[in-house]
Design a protein around this ligand. Structure first.
Ligand SMILES: *Cc1c(COP(=O)(O)O)cnc(C)c1O
Length: 231
């Protein structure tokens, strides 16, 4: 079996699981997009993924991502999902369509400045640390309102979604409150009605817990190992 066939087989299995989760939640399959997280694999695999119809690609490290982007950047939609240092912002903006890891004011300032230079409005996801784990990046929920106020005059940032990472646990059911929490923040923020923060997307759920995330409203699931784990 070729690598492409193997990927297709895994994708088919994932599709069945997504369909079942959507059905349980009364959602349409079209409401959920798969981001293939390709940090574990090389650019050949990205080519195979694009060939089998996966068109959202996620990378979490700028240095690793750039050569892959050079090769395939004109195909697919690229998502930057990892912690982003302000000094790397200039490499990312203009290449990646979405930043999932907006988590502090200094980063917002850097993105806004770069967006201004390129005459772009950059769609961002606000990363919120719902679980409160100290090892996780993300804005503390307590700081969300202040963050939105402080960024509301940044014309080159649009907050299109929220992103979170659930704790890695054996039983994915335990992650449900984290995903529910993120969805509640979406509703709360939308009630505040900031012009730059109309939240339509929830980026949540990974290989271990994507079905629970779909049941709780995920619109982007970020799948690494379940899809592209090297064999
Ligand atoms: C690695 C990574 C993923 C994918 O993780 P898997 O458990 O392999 O699916 C998703 N999101 C982020 C931010 C990551 O760094």
């Amino acid at each position: 079996m070729t690598q492409q066939q193997l990927l297709k087989e895994r994708l088919d299995q994932i599709e069945q699981r997504i369909a079942a989760a959507c059905k349980r939640a009364g959602r349409e399959r079209s409401e959920v997009k798969i981001i293939a997280v390709t940090k574990y694999v090389d650019e050949t695999t990205i080519g195979d993924l694009l060939e089998i119809g996966v068109d959202h690609i996620g990378e979490n490290r700028v240095q690793d991502a750039l050569p892959k982007y050079e090769k395939w950047g004109d195909r697919g939609v690229w998502h930057f999902i990892g912690h982003l240092q302000t000094n790397k912002v200039k490499e990312v903006i203009g290449r990646f369509a979405y930043i999932h890891s907006l988590d502090r004011l200094s980063l917002a300032e850097a993105i806004n400045k770069r967006g201004e230079a390129l005459d772009l409005v950059v769609p961002c996801f606000l990363q919120v640390n719902i679980s409160g784990e100290e090892t996780k990046f993300g804005l503390s929920p307590n700081d969300v309102l202040a963050f939105l106020r402080e960024t509301s005059n940044m014309r080159h940032i649009r907050i299109a979604g929220l992103m979170t990472m659930a704790p890695h646990v054996e039983n994915p059911e335990e992650t449900r409150p984290v995903f529910q929490g993120l969805r509640e923040w979406k509703e709360r923020i939308n009630e505040w009605d900031f012009p730059h923060a109309n939240i339509t997307e929830l980026s949540m759920g990974m290989s271990n817990d994507f079905e629970v995330a779909i049941e709780e409203g995920a619109t982007y699931i970020r799948l690494g190992s379940v899809l592209v784990k090297p064999v």
